[in-house]
Write a protein that binds this ligand. Structure first.
Ligand SMILES: NC(=O)c1ccc[n+]([C@@H]2O[C@H](COP(=O)([O-])OP(=O)(O)OC[C@H]3O[C@@H](n4cnc5c(N)ncnc54)[C@H](O)[C@@H]3O)[C@@H](O)[C@H]2O)c1
Length: 342
């Protein structure tokens, strides 16, 4: 998958043999940025499909409506699908592109920090069904991804934190200097300094692309991308995906998982403290009660990373390095979630 600056879009489109674009976006991005996007497209026929905004719209019903529209407009394989929005639009547009007429070419133009550093890279598409997140989907890789960090100027604070969780994670799994750079520049990130954003987005994309290239279909190495996710996802799910967004879950999850790693002697106290202090300055951890911990562990036991009965954790072993652990004592998980240590 190639990555370009958005300013290269027109040049890219001229080189491809497509004869029209089918842009899938959501109502917020359409209102804020459709005219801006069109200024980079030039003289190519285009249709726009506007989804309502938000996770609750990542549904089969919306996907069926897009198929109906594609059929009505006689869209064929000479059409390029353009995903223009955050992770919700990207997952839906990617799924449509992967299934309609057994696959149309598509590109990603991500507009949230999370989509720029994470969801637009890696080829995972899909939708939520019967309360299960991303339960149906496919692997389908975009031809290219186009980045413009100026989209992030209008992003609300919580959406910035959401992407930040993944950026900090990349630093902790693969490049400690990215973690340090991000923590040292938090103020500029919140203030949407475009040079700083460009730097963290570029470095994050390179890390994710490198891991995905080595394990396209998530059979091994990609597991390290799940640092913070075992506990983080259980917290998100425990609160019905309504109290914490994904990045907040990852930030919380990393705090608890770093504590576990320190208890297991995988990392020293200084490293644990360094990371904990930054993460807890973004989001304070929660002390869970016994019943809550039982529910969280029950959710973790259903995690798709697990093998057999044991809960799989990705834990830090050094600065910017992690490993996968298949046997962690339940007592340690309980002690960690009780939170007497913060
Ligand atoms: N495919 C993958 O590998 C992968 C990885 C991580 C997450 N995801 C999925 O991504 C989704 C979350 O993505 P998200 O956090 O981008 O959420 P999102 O797509 O819902 O976007 C968040 C909100 O920001 C708005 N928005 C988008 N761009 C904006 C901009 N530039 N300025 C202002 N507002 C803007 C959207 O309308 C929406 O209201 C989840 O469904 C998750 O499952 C997929």
């Amino acid at each position: 998958m190639d990555k370009y600056n958005l300013s290269k879009l027109n040049e890219y489109l001229i080189k491809t043999s497509i004869d029209r674009l089918y842009i899938i976006t959501d109502e917020v991005v359409n209102r804020l940025y459709m005219d801006y996007l069109k200024s980079f497209i030039g003289d190519i026929d285009q249709y726009v499909y506007i989804l309502p905004s938000g996770e609750e719209n990542k549904t089969i019903d919306n996907i069926l409506s897009i198929y109906d529209d594609l059929i009505e407009k006689n869209i064929d394989r000479k059409t390029l699908i353009v995903s223009f929005g955050g992770g919700v639009v990207g997952d839906v547009a990617g799924f449509v592109a992967s299934t309609y007429k057994r696959g149309l070419n598509y590109i990603q133009i991500p507009t949230t920090l999370l989509a720029q550093v994470d969801s637009s890279i890696g080829g995972k598409t899909g939708f939520d069904y019967k309360g299960f997140k991303n339960i149906i989907g496919s692997f389908y890789f975009p031809e290219a991804i186009f980045i413009d960090v100026s989209f992030l100027k209008s992003l609300p604070y919580r959406e910035v934190v959401c992407g930040l969780g993944e950026v900090l994670k990349y630093g902790l799994i693969a490049d400690y200097s990215l973690f340090q750079f991000t923590k040292d520049n938090l103020k500029y990130i919140y203030n949407k300094d475009l040079d700083i954003l460009m730097s963290i987005v570029d470095r994050s994309i390179a890390i994710k692309q490198d891991i995905v290239t080595k394990d396209r279909y998530d059979r091994g190495l990609r597991n390290i991308l799940n640092l913070g996710h075992t506990i983080g996802h259980s917290i998100e799910a425990y609160y019905n995906f309504s109290k914490y967004n994904h990045g907040e879950g990852v930030i919380l999850g990393m705090m608890y998982e770093f504590y576990m790693a320190w208890e297991l002697d995988l990392i020293d106290r200084n490293y644990f403290k360094e990371v904990y202090n930054i993460l807890s300055s973004i989001l304070y951890p929660i002390s869970f009660k016994q019943k809550e911990i039982e529910d969280l562990i029950h959710i973790m036991k259903n995690d798709k990373k697990n093998i057999g009965d044991s809960i799989v954790f990705v834990l830090p072993v050094d600065r910017g390095k992690v490993d996968v652990f298949y046997h962690v004592e339940e007592d340690l998980i309980i002690k960690t979630l009780k939170g007497d240590w913060f």
